[in-house]
Ligand binder design. Structure first.
Ligand SMILES: [Fe+2]
Length: 280
């Protein structure tokens, strides 16, 4: 790592630590004084090095990295312990940087509108859909289920994808990927250059309003580039399928003809979830 790369690393660590210190302060883990101490230690070390950036060396970078990894591990295990969002309780996450941080590429006005209005409307729409589906379960009335499932997919995809979108951009971002990510990109696409070309071409060709998304496919164990022309078409994206039920005609018509209700009932009754004793 040369001097310039070290300074860049220090700046990125500064942005990350400040983001972690402020971003999700409503979460329970932030009430833990030892967690606060770890964040404060990282922030004060970064502040010290910022004052004397020319003597910041590789060993110092490793020390900062160790502190950051400790914090990240605690955040990760806290999330895995299941701090579920209550039904209808999604909130607009704060931007991890200021509205003008990505200028001139995205100006302040555009960023504010995109985050505060558009993303917020997805959050509100998802909350509404979840509450309405809860009411349907309670009243055993599924007359409008098709509508609310669509609303949950459209607004859920909008909320989850925008949440990731803000996180993957950074005022200090850009350049070539490194480490394990670079290895995966090279193995999945041939080279970083090929990945960039493929991703840009796919983004250019998305019809209408949509997304291009680099995804990890856990079953084929590699990266892929997908287009989401209507983001609700692949449901909410940020989910793991647990019980897919194939209701295409090819799945039942030879045996059940047009009685989709019969095959649906049979398959749900015989699904593995019935005998599932593990925890999610
Ligand atoms: Fe958007």
């Amino acid at each position: 790592m040369n001097d310039q790369a070290l300074i860049k690393y220090l700046r990125e660590m500064d942005t990350w630590a400040n983001h972690i210190a402020k971003a999700d302060a409503s979460r329970k883990i932030y009430e833990d004084p030892s967690f606060q101490e770890e964040i404060n230690e990282l922030l004060s070390n970064i502040k010290e090095w910022n004052r004397d950036a020319s003597s910041f060396n590789l060993d110092n970078a490793h020390e900062l990295n160790e502190l950051a990894e400790k914090i990240q591990k605690r955040l990760g295990s806290h999330e895995r312990q299941g701090n579920a969002v209550p039904i209808g309780g999604h909130q607009l996450p704060p931007l991890p940087y200021g509205y003008a941080a990505l200028e001139p590429y995205i100006d302040r006005r555009m960023m504010q509108l995109h985050h505060d209005k558009h993303h917020k409307s997805y959050v509100d729409g998802l909350n509404k859909a979840e509450i309405e589906m809860q009411k349907a379960r309670k009243n055993n009335n599924y007359d409008l289920i098709k509508h609310w499932e669509r609303e949950a997919a459209f607004n859920g995809a909008g909320h989850y994808l925008h949440t990731i979108f803000w996180e993957i951009m950074s005022p200090e971002g850009g350049g070539k990927a490194g480490g394990d990510l670079l290895k995966e990109i090279e193995s999945s696409f041939g080279s970083f250059q090929k990945f960039k070309e493929h991703f840009s071409a796919a983004a250019k060709k998305v019809e209408g309003s949509g997304w291009t998304i680099l995804v990890w496919a856990p079953r084929s164990h590699r990266l892929e580039i997908l287009q989401a022309e209507k983001h609700q078409n692949l449901s909410q994206w940020d989910v793991i399928p647990l019980l897919p039920l194939d209701v295409w005609e090819h799945a039942y018509y030879l045996q059940y003809e047009n009685d989709r209700g019969e095959i649906r009932g049979q398959l749900v009754e015989r699904s593995e979830l019935g005998g599932c004793s593990g925890s999610l």
